[in-house]
Design a protein around this ligand. Sequence first.
Ligand code: NAP
Length: 279
Amino acid sequence: MRTEKFGGNGPRVPVIGQGTWYLDRGDRKAAVTALCRGIDLGMTHIDTAEMYGDAELVIADAIEGQRDDLFLVSKVLPSNASRRGTVTACERSLKRLKTDRLDCYLLHWRGSYPLQETVAAFDELVASGKIRAWGVSNFDADDLDEMREVAGEGRIACNQVLYHLRERAIEHAVIPWCEAHGTAVVAYSPFGHDDFPSPDSRAGQVLQTIADAHKASARQVALGFLTRAPSVFAIPKASRAEHAADNARAGQLRLSESEIATLDKAFPRGPKPRGLPML
Ligand code: NAP
């Protein structure tokens, strides 16, 4: 599994991690098995959120006895992101995850509480050892500018944003901003949530041809494309162990410049949209 530095001052983190949205909806035992298989194969970055129902409880079962090997991330809902609410939400997540600390804690998206309040709470959580670092999610470049004004340069560990083959809006301004300011980019819904290019489509065929050349799967090639820059990490969600194993293998895949150019043409970036797309 390839690892990269998570932002300017962060630790090395596997480029492919594991998402957990809706992981609590199906067979819990299978979900725990999938997470454990992913961890065994190096996908030790685990992403969750207080919003994801009981996903934190599923994770708690999966990570028992191996907490120190993980990079564990959760998120506070904007409606809880006040000075006190952020601290309380974090403590709730820690309890549900059965751990004493998070490696990174994110503001899920911008809400109505002033950023100053949320940052003050994040600082308190860092000081008390409950979180190692903090970041944001669904922030466009102008939001990142504002957050940098509030918190100072080099403080935002990551920005978790929507990024998949058919949604490349973040390439216009968000990735360049993050690379300039030492902020890791975390690609969420890297398979389009549940809308992966069909092998029957023209672009899907291009993807499959490249996959065949590497004896890889189309999903591995998609993850390889998304994480082609060292600043970008991806967190696919898999509730089946064979899917987790498939995704982990993307951590070894290296696409050539010409394959990247071919994919770039098959799944064009498109013009910069007015607002940042999000799920
Ligand atoms: P996703 O990872 O793009 O896609 C998940 C779907 O792909 C599931 O149906 C899964 O099936 C399937 N899948 C996974 N690996 C596969 C493989 N190797 N072969 C075939 N199918 C495979 O969707 P997502 O859950 O929306 O995004 C990933 C994570 O990003 C979330 O879980 C969450 O942690 C995070 N996220 C964050 C935000 C935010 O606002 N910050 C928003 C959305 C998502 P199975 O489950 O059956 O294995």
